[in-house]
Design a binder for this molecule. Structure first.
Ligand SMILES: [Zn+2]
Ligand SMILES: [Zn+2]
Length: 358
């Protein structure tokens, strides 16, 4: 009997596709990453809220350079770092991906910092992020990057979740989150804790401790710090899914981009989507050394608060990059034999080309 062949690409490899020298790796899967036409149901409250946040943040940026005390600016940076670690090492590496395990005191600390960042409670953050990884760049991905840069940045939060996203979320196993008492405590008390930690305390502390004005305290360590924090996470969903190299898996939209890493301190997104259980940001120690989330987890491991840290061996990384990467893994430069003419045409621009003299 001939094999049943579905004319509509499903993403599942059929025998005929794997009977090639490269086991079907050259098959063009980009056509599978599509976004079906959709009518968006706008959430006007969020749209007004985001406009308010960004307008006040611009004013906050002006105040930071013109009238704020240095303690206020430093406080805003420290707050941002704590929030970034709460999300990066907490809801992301620990609770979504289980890249390591953490003892209760560390889980409580990360939960407090994650609440301060106000990006939904850990339970919802982790469920949505697992959905993003499981169905990346399809209609079940909450911030499907195929819908464009704006949609994957913040547009997805300006409209209601599509039925595919809700359906995808229901298929994600979250039993471990239900069993985590810290996660459940936060879920239960989120709407009481979040306003105090994210908005009230960061405004009161500068006024009370170093006599800052209410306006500066509200605009800089509160609104500007919060808005910057959400934009950092959004940028990974948007820019890191559009621009950069794919050294580990060329079939994935997420990309490695050092420029995004410099802004977000996370940006090796092709690596992350290929090896999501790795607690590190990348395979390169230099960048890990400068990534606060990774430094923090390593530090916590040294004092016994973090354990069972998962990573990927250099050998496996190399093999995977050779098998599924786009060929940009560890290129030393222009004349690297693995930097083929095809790749050069794709990833480079030549200006001031040498003029041929006859
Ligand atoms: Zn992603
Ligand atoms: Zn992730």
């Amino acid at each position: 009997m001939p094999p049943q062949v579905d004319p509509i690409p499903s993403g599942v490899l059929f025998e005929a596709e794997t009977q090639t020298a490269d086991l079907g790796l050259a098959a063009d899967v980009s056509k599978l990453k599509q976004a079906a036409p959709k009518k968006y149901e706008y959430v006007y409250f969020n749209i007004v809220w985001f406009i308010f946040l960004h307008t006040v943040s611009l004013y906050g940026l002006y105040l930071a350079f013109t009238s704020a005390k240095w303690q206020t600016n430093l406080f805003a940076c420290v707050m941002h770092l704590a929030c970034a670690i709460g999300v990066g090492a907490g809801s992301h590496r620990l609770w979504t991906h289980k890249g390591y395990k953490a003892r209760t005191p560390l889980r409580i600390l990360l939960m407090i910092w994650q609440t301060m960042a106000f990006q939904d409670c850990i339970f919802e953050w982790a469920r949505d992020h697992r959905t993003h990884h499981k169905y990346a760049d399809t209609d079940a991905d909450p911030h499907n990057s195929v819908r464009g840069l704006f949609f994957s940045h913040c547009g997805w939060l300006c409209c209601k979740k599509s039925p595919e996203v809700i359906e995808g979320g229901k298929r994600i196993d979250v039993t471990d989150l239900y069993e985590d008492s810290v996660v459940m405590f936060q879920k239960k008390h989120y709407m009481k804790m979040m306003p105090i930690l994210c908005f009230v305390l960061p405004t009161i502390i500068p006024v009370y401790f170093w006599n800052e004005t209410w306006l500066n305290a509200f605009c800089i360590p509160t609104i500007l710090r919060y808005t910057f924090g959400i934009n950092v996470v959004w940028s990974i969903n948007s820019f890191a899914h559009h621009y950069g190299f794919r050294p580990y898996d060329k079939s994935l939209n997420p990309r490695d981009n050092v420029a995004i890493w410099m802004f977000c301190l996370e940006g090796f997104h092709n690596y992350h989507h290929t090896f999501p259980w790795d607690y590190r940001a990348t395979e390169y120690p230099f960048y890990n050394m400068l990534t606060p989330t990774v430094v923090f987890i390593d530090l916590m491991a040294k004092i016994g608060q973090a354990y069972d840290l998962k990573s990927v061996s250099p050998d496996i990384i190399k093999k995977r990059a050779h098998r599924t990467g786009d060929g940009t893994h560890n290129l030393w430069g222009w004349d690297d034999p693995e930097f083929t003419e095809n790749l050069k045409a794709q990833y480079s621009v030549i200006t001031n080309a040498e003029k041929k003299v006859d």
